[in-house]
Design a protein around this ligand. Structure first.
Ligand code: 2AM
Ligand code: CA
Ligand code: CA
Ligand code: CA
Length: 260
């Protein structure tokens, strides 16, 4: 298993390094921008071309794997059996369009439902987070240590803007109990922050490709990733996800329970 993990880890690092170089060029180019579910849900020609490229390279190298991907170039996947790749070609498309930074590209790989390898590239900062349970977690070539198991009052939290504004699941109480709220607009970069212990909590409604790579890396470093009732996340559906230190996730689950 370790050899499989190592091989896929190397494959993803090379793949996302190349994707990152292309996106760094693309970010300043003129883009075709469309909306999806609403005015703040964007897709560009670069989301599509990047996904087509990533999916093609995965298919060439892992023809038996299935691929869950955001923009429709992957497979229809109803089972976690075998090797399953989750692809988010540009994570933080709004930032890619508006700010020209704070966006990522990510791939998470699962084997028979179990986290195997994850990789997230912070494109403009040239940092790639990668690894898995058999390998540990690396920032480029440097291995990351487990973040300290801090409590809520000791740390900053990241919760999706709309959830806090609506006080959904008592999220305003979570913010008040913490050291403060940050909002980044890019799940991949939030996971980067969690891995480095910059924040102690991430709470957001996430689709499978938003979650897949970050979950592998967080769990490998002893962070907890669960649904709103403390149940394991389901990689084939969208859900509100609570990710953070073990202590913070227990505290947040209590606060969420009081909202119901
Ligand atoms: P994306 O850029 O790949 O679509 C978690 O918040 C993730 O949800 C973000 O990283 C972003 O990923 C996506 N997202 C953010 N705002 C969104 C919106 N208004 N509609 C749909 N997806 C959104
Ligand atoms: Ca999107
Ligand atoms: Ca995303
Ligand atoms: Ca995306």
């Amino acid at each position: 298993m370790k050899e499989t993990s190592q091989e896929i880890d190397r494959f993803l690092v090379e793949l996302l390094t190349n994707v990152g170089k292309n996106l760094e060029q693309d970010v300043t180019k003129t883009k075709d921008v469309d909306t999806k579910s609403g005015p703040n849900d964007l897709v560009t020609n670069f989301d599509k071309s990047t996904e087509r490229n990533i999916v093609g390279i995965i298919k060439q190298n892992y023809p038996d794997a299935t691929i869950v991907s955001e923009e429709g170039f992957g497979d229809v996947v109803n089972s976690m059996a075998g090797l399953v790749f989750f692809v988010d070609p540009i994570d933080g498309t709004m930032n890619f369009v508006k700010c020209h930074d704070s966006f990522a590209s990510m791939v998470g790989v699962y084997l028979d439902g179990k986290p195997l390898v994850g990789a997230i590239i912070n494109v403009m900062e040239h940092r790639i987070y990668h690894g898995g349970p058999d390998l540990g977690v690396f920032e480029n070539n440097h291995q990351l240590a487990q973040p300290i198991n801090s409590t809520l009052k000791e740390g900053l939290v990241i919760i999706s803007g709309p959830m806090v504004l609506k006080n959904y699941l008592n999220t305003q109480e979570v913010v008040h109990k913490s050291s403060g709220l940050r909002v980044l607009g890019c799940a991949g970069i939030v996971f980067e922050h969690l891995l480095k212990g910059k924040e102690v909590l991430y709470m957001s409604y996430l689709k499978p490709w938003d979650l897949a790579a970050g979950r592998v890396l967080c769990e490998t470093l002893g962070l907890s990733v669960v649904g709103v009732d403390g149940e394991p996340v389901d990689m084939l559906k969208s859900q509100v996800v609570i990710a953070g230190t073990q202590k913070v996730v227990s505290e947040v689950l209590e606060t969420v329970k009081n909202s119901k």
